[in-house]
Design a protein. Sequence first.
Length: 271
Amino acid sequence: MIRFKALSKTWPDGTQAVTNVSLDIPHGQFCVILGPSGAGKSTLLRAVNGLMKPTHGSVSIDGVELSASSERALRQRVAMIHQHFNLTNRMSVAGNVLAGLLPVVPTVRALLGWFRPEHRAKACQLLNGVGLSPAHLQRRAGDLSGGQQQRVGIARAFMLDPEVVLADEPVASLDPKISRDILTLIRDAARERGTTVLCSLHQIDLAREFGDRIVGMRDGQVVFDGTPAEFTDERVRALYHGAQWEDQPTQVTDESSNTAHTHPVMEPALA
């Protein structure tokens, strides 16, 4: 379980990015974080792998608090899928996927490409699982389409069978059909391994379809926490009320996912 306990972050210029956030994310849950730009979604995600150091409060995974002494071990249990793929464009597809082993493989071995046969076999297996054929292995990552690059990013993220995957707006730069395909791949890979997913999104319809749970953030605070079915259009409008046009959700539908989550529902702040 991921536990955020009274987490706050104030940037050096005084901006309050996150304010007193307390959440428990159960093992194996697909939790979607929604909210306008600047709501604190990315900051919250980055607190889990130590890329953001909180000003106050704490983050723990299965009771182990993230600290200077535990950070390295916990990072091996957490993987990230990035909005802009974060691949090395000049490197081959296979090399980018194998880079997912960097937390446990000595840097010199990785730079020289000295990976064990079982590691290479797993990379091939994962690429096949995300729909990329062996013909893609030696292609440069920069030559792939956006959807293909994100598939490589997913394969890389699951190289160490992480307990937690952080997906920071993983479909923001993809078209609707490919977005749904990518989220399906993340969800299915996570379910197969019992992995917890924290995924920030802007697309309301996708949040309702893929999330077991939706957490709405605004101005650094949690203002909604519930099931997709409870995240009604009225609550969507309340969450995004007054946001700039580029921050508005891309689509609002009347359909809700029937998927239930295993975490008790907090009293929503959006009535």
